[in-house]
Design a protein around this ligand. Structure first.
Ligand SMILES: Cc1ncc(COP(=O)(O)O)c(C=O)c1O
Length: 395
């Protein structure tokens, strides 16, 4: 295939793979093997010494996984990619690669619950502290970056409050100080947002979500500069070992082919449901990029996101029990954590994804007891709306 840059939709199907190199197989083959044989003892020695390219052992690299890594690097506009056995394996490999005892991590004011849990672990066991910041202006950022801030870690939209962080602003300030900016891009996928093109350094995905799209894989991806990816590959990934299985990589390659088509439909469905939920008398507040009360988020969205995405958070009038009652009345929509699947999923962050966050911290992050997060699926939006409607009627 000609070596040119194609549009996103085309790269999602073709990049990182040349069928000529694989017996003409249209679809990337699944190299379901733990190890690779060497032609001689000397070849094994050369491969271990890095003097000869080639695969050694699937924890250190695998051809099916490599196609996935190259494809994701292309889509995220980065130099190289690295795949992991889960999103959390990716997050922990990156954060441990970037920090040492005595450092601090500056984080967005709200993070996925297990990322919060990991930060606590780093603090308690290794004296790597963290600070939360709104990151809403140059002045705030300059004040909150400390001499020992080793990296900046951002979710945007933030899980589950959908608050946005201006990536260009953060990157411009961090770049001047040589502080790497890491972005968890799980909620957007590279189809909606490419943080590296805005000056950020590292992108992380829970590939379990939109990248997979079919709810049948747990996986993670990191994209960044080649040197950094090589460093993570040879240290925190190799020795801690959160390696993806070749079969899961193969499933992700299959999922990525339809990422743009799926994302368009997720976004279209979500916009329809936002209209409905916004006007419903039993809905207290609705959080959705481009439709939120957050000052400046509209501008940020226009600047860095192609579309607002497929996730909607909203709070129900009443109490935690009212929110739970509403969930229990849903018929089509499934009560489950995770997101980005074909099925519409609903979860209660305060008692599910963010249950590990202490209640005071949770409140600071804006996670009330009546808040629900809806991952809008690919079903007919009218059916999802009718299900929401009948359950709202019952509370
Ligand atoms: C924003 C975000 N980052 C990271 C993760 C962790 O990913 P995984 O569950 O694949 O380990 C999740 C999981 O829900 C998430 O929502």
């Amino acid at each position: 295939m000609e070596n040119k840059n194609f549009r996103f939709e085309t790269e999602a199907i073709h990049s990182g793979y040349l069928s000529d190199e694989h017996q003409g197989s249209l679809v990337p083959p699944l190299y379901q093997t733990s190890t690779f044989t060497f032609a001689s003892a000397e070849q094994g020695e050369r491969r271990f010494a890095g003097q000869e390219e080639g695969f050694i052992y699937s924890r250190l690299g695998n051809p099916t996984v490599k196609i996935l890594e190259d494809r994701m690097a292309k889509l995220e506009q980065g130099e190289a990619g690295l795949a992991f056995s889960s999103g959390m394996a990716a997050v922990s490999a990156v954060l441990t690669a970037l920090t040492k005892t005595g450092d601090r991590i500056l984080c967005s004011q709200g993070l996925y619950g297990c990322t919060y849990g990991l930060l606590q672990l780093l603090k308690d066991k290794y004296d790597i502290a963290h600070d939360f910041s709104l990151m809403s202006s140059k002045e705030i950022l300059e004040e909150e970056i400390r001499p020992n801030t080793a990296c900046i870690y951002i979710e945007t939209p933030i899980n589950p409050t959908m608050k946005l962080v201006d990536l260009e602003l953060v990157a411009s300030i961090a770049n001047q100080r040589g502080i790497p900016v890491v972005v968890d891009n799980t909620f957007c996928s590279p189809y909606l947002q490419t943080p590296i093109s805005l000056g950020c350094d590292v992108v992380i995905h829970s590939a379990t979500k939109y990248i997979c799209g079919h709810g049948d894989v747990i996986a993670g991806i990191v994209v960044g500069k080649s040197d950094f990816i090589q460093q993570v590959s040879r240290t925190t990934q190799k020795d801690i070992g959160g390696t993806i299985s070749p079969f899961d990589a193969w499933l992700l390659l299959r999922g990525i082919k339809t990422l743009p088509v799926r994302m368009d439909r997720h976004c279209e469905n979500a916009s329809k449901l936002v209209e409905f939920l916004c006007n419903h008398p039993k809905v207290e507040k609705l959080y959705f990029p481009g439709n939120s009360d957050y000052v400046d988020d509209n501008k940020i969205m226009q600047k860095q996101m192609k579309k607002p995405g497929g996730l909607i958070s909203f709070s129900i009038k009443g109490s935690k029990q009212t929110a739970q009652l509403f969930m229990n009345h849903l018929k089509l929509i499934k009560i489950a954590v995770s997101l980005g699947d074909a099925e519409t999923l609903i979860q209660h962050p305060a008692t599910m994804t963010h249950a590990v966050v202490p209640v005071e911290e949770r409140r600071k992050m804006g996670i009330e007891d009546t808040l629900l997060r809806l991952s809008v699926g690919l079903e007919a939006w009218e059916d999802i709306q009718e299900d929401l409607e009948q359950a709202l009627e019952k509370i």
